[in-house]
Design a protein around this ligand. Structure first.
Ligand code: CA
Length: 295
């Protein structure tokens, strides 16, 4: 039997992104960037919920004080997911109204990394930021076209990073103590006929699962050799991100988008914007939380 990703019967997103498994409540949370909301879905009950945040939202993570932290068009905010109430933390690009925050993840020490991109296609005016537990934001990389896919090696010594516009999966040496990155180099380049690398997650064997925007697939890469180990085809072209979820973290949840597709493409891709699930036969790891100072 061919293994394939199955579409989940939940409301479609315009630009679904940033999936994250919430182990306590057994729910998947993800964002609809253009829909300006956080989506939640319970695989056991099929129950769906969404929280509007009133501006584009690139990523959401859990915080150690019980709230969530999100990277919005206008910077980092705490979010009360029950009420939708936002509390600003830092807006490092207040001077760049043409940019918005995109993908983000927490490192193993609980710092929140998220990067930006221009809202209209254009010059690489984006940057990658690190939000620390004291609420300070630090620019860690610049000249970014479309900041995406973050992940860390199992030993915490390497950070993986994708600037989609480069078609590359890159890696840095990562200093877990200081949160510093250095020695950027390339893991793999996605060939033009396989779309662009977008969101990414790391499995329990330390391998990378990368979504292919305009590439109809998620691929598994060996970050040491750059070899593509597995390719999962999807019936939609704009595959945006993935994460492991389920009680045993053995399900790969995959987000997608319909944004920017022509009428003709939308006819060919009736599932564009859907959430998908795939059983890869390897497990994931629990996502790190944002460590709020004093918690
Ligand atoms: Ca993305």
């Amino acid at each position: 039997m061919t293994k394939r990703a199955e579409a989940i019967n939940a409301e479609k997103s315009v630009l679904g992104e940033g999936p994250l498994w919430l182990p306590e409540s057994g729910r998947l949370v993800w964002v609809d960037i253009e829909g300006m909301k956080i989506r939640m879905w319970n695989p056991k009950t099929g129950e769906e919920e969404s929280v509007s945040v009133g501006q584009r939202i690139g990523a959401v993570v859990r915080a150690t004080d019980g709230r969530m932290v999100c990277a919005l068009q206008n910077g980092f905010h705490f979010l009360d997911a029950e009420t939708g109430e936002l509390e600003p933390i830092a807006d490092p690009e207040a001077h760049l109204p043409g940019n918005r925050f995109n993908d983000g993840k927490c490192d193993p020490a609980g710092r929140f990394w998220a990067g930006t991109m221009p809202i209209a296609d254009g010059a690489p005016t984006g940057a990658l930021y690190r939000l620390d537990g004291d609420g300070s934001a630090h620019k860690m990389a610049e000249e970014i076209g479309c900041s995406n896919g973050l992940g860390w090696s199992l030993d915490g010594s390497t950070m993986y990073y994708i600037d989609t516009s480069t078609r590359r999966i890159d890696k840095f040496d990562f200093d877990a103590g200081s949160g510093g990155i250095s020695n950027r180099r390339t893991v793999a380049v996605i060939p033009a006929d396989q779309g662009y690398p977008d969101g990414m997650t790391v499995d329990a064997e330390g391998k990378l699962w990368v979504a292919h925007w305009d590439g109809h697939a998620v691929s598994r890469f060996d970050p040491d050799t750059g070899e593509c180990l597995e390719r999962v085809e999807l019936p939609v072209s704009r595959v945006t991100s993935c994460c492991f979820g389920g009680d045993d973290l053995d399900e790969l949840y995959i987000t997608s988008a319909s944004v920017g597709l022509s009428e003709e493409q939308l006819r060919r891709e009736p599932l564009a914007g859907s959430l998908f699930v795939y059983k890869p036969g390897v497990k994931g790891l629990p996502a790190a939380e944002f460590k709020v100072q004093g918690t």
